[in-house]
Design a protein around this ligand. Structure first.
Ligand code: AMP
Ligand code: MG
Length: 336
């Protein structure tokens, strides 16, 4: 067991000493959870294979699920990316730092462990002063999968990281709740048109404004391109049941069914129609603004889990913009 320290660090007034301390932990092969604008990441030095291996171990992450390398500047790409296609440059200029991960051809310097044996590597520049400072202080890229146990909802606070990984990692840098609350959008730019492998914090619409049409991965070869996306994900312990948005009759019927079956039921709603429905103490109303709904969704799933509900009935959202990402996560959470 390792003692896990939670170190508060304000993004507005970075404490250089804490950043140095955390970078030293990484340099020695330790693990540091850090805030990004999307969710908390579990950081390890990309060049330290023992540390990278530990990331898979503590998360219980299947070894076929490759890691995203986080960089603080485009110069850091030279060592890890073999070829930067024009559309990748355009996307990077438009959206980095930000919730966009680009999959590109890798160099031989990147370990098979990081890429799960693929000939590509996923990279992203996070839009968070603490993450950027940590990467700069280390001077190397940092692998940073979400800092949760594999399969669970991603962590959007330091406490979530602590709940999942206490005793397994050295440091958690705590900058409060993350703003986006959903993971990055993963785009494969080794093909043209590029393919969105995972929906995320950057919407398809915004990507297409900049580089024209992209494909989403409906071709069925996702397992070859991005094996990790196939695993069950984002799921609380409770069973998740998804209902169409703004349909009080369907929602009430489902709640009643579940209660009659004797199950302890939680729910998450956002529309005005459903917010009026009286539904007991495990009923959570989130704002209908999709940005705010997304920010609080994983936290709310975890809160309901902590209350030991057996089922969570969730009101779906409209499937455009960030809503498409939210529905992707809810569908995966409700599988199995
Ligand atoms: P996470 O860091 O847990 O949010 O997950 C990283 C996501 O990026 C997973 O869906 C991976 O499958 C995907 N990914 C990482 N590296 C690659 C790669 N080289 N090719 C395709 N997908 C990747
Ligand atoms: Mg993850």
């Amino acid at each position: 067991m390792t003692e896990t320290k939670i170190l508060p660090v304000s993004p507005e007034a970075l404490d250089a000493e804490i950043i140095t301390q955390a970078a030293d932990v990484l340099r020695r092969g330790g693990l540091v959870a850090f805030p990004t604008e999307t969710v908390y990441g579990l950081g390890a030095d990309v060049l330290n294979l023992e540390a990278v291996k530990k990331v898979f171990d503590v998360k219980g992450r299947p070894p076929d699920n490759p890691l995203i390398v986080h960089v603080a500047g485009t110069k850091q790409l030279d060592d890890i990316v073999d070829e930067i296609p024009d559309k990748a440059k355009t996307l990077g200029e438009a959206f980095w730092p930000g919730p966009l991960t680009l999959v590109m051809k890798r160099t031989i310097l990147v370990s098979d462990l990081v890429t799960a044996g693929l000939d590509t590597v996923a990279v992203r520049m996070p839009d968070h002063p603490v993450a950027l400072a940590l990467i700069r202080a280390l001077g190397e890229g940092i692998v940073g999968p979400s800092a949760n146990l594999s399969g669970k909802p991603s962590p959007t606070t330091a406490q979530h990281v602590y709940d999942d990984l206490r005793g397994q990692i050295e440091v958690i840098l705590d900058s409060g709740q993350t703003t986006i609350g959903m993971e990055s959008t993963v785009v494969d730019v080794t093909v043209d048109p590029p393919v969105i492998l995972r929906l995320g914090g950057l919407t398809r619409e915004r990507i297409e404004e900049v580089i024209g049409p992209v494909e989403t991965d409906s071709t069925g070869d996702r397992s070859r391109r991005s094996p990790g996306t196939l695993h069950r994900h984002y799921a609380p312990k409770a069973q998740v049941l998804l209902v169409r948005h703004g349909d009080p009759a369907a929602f009430a019927a489902l709640l009643q069914d579940q209660r009659q079956a004797g199950r302890k039921v939680g729910s998450i709603v956002h529309s005005a129609l459903l917010a009026k429905l009286e539904s007991g103490e495990f009923y959570r109303v989130l704002p209908s603004s999709i940005d705010i709904f997304a920010r609080h969704l994983f936290r709310t799933l975890r809160e309901l889990d902590a209350m030991r509900v057996e089922v969570i009935v969730v009101e779906g959202v409209e499937e455009d913009g960030l809503g498409a990402t939210v529905m992707d996560r809810l569908r995966r959470a409700s599988q199995g």
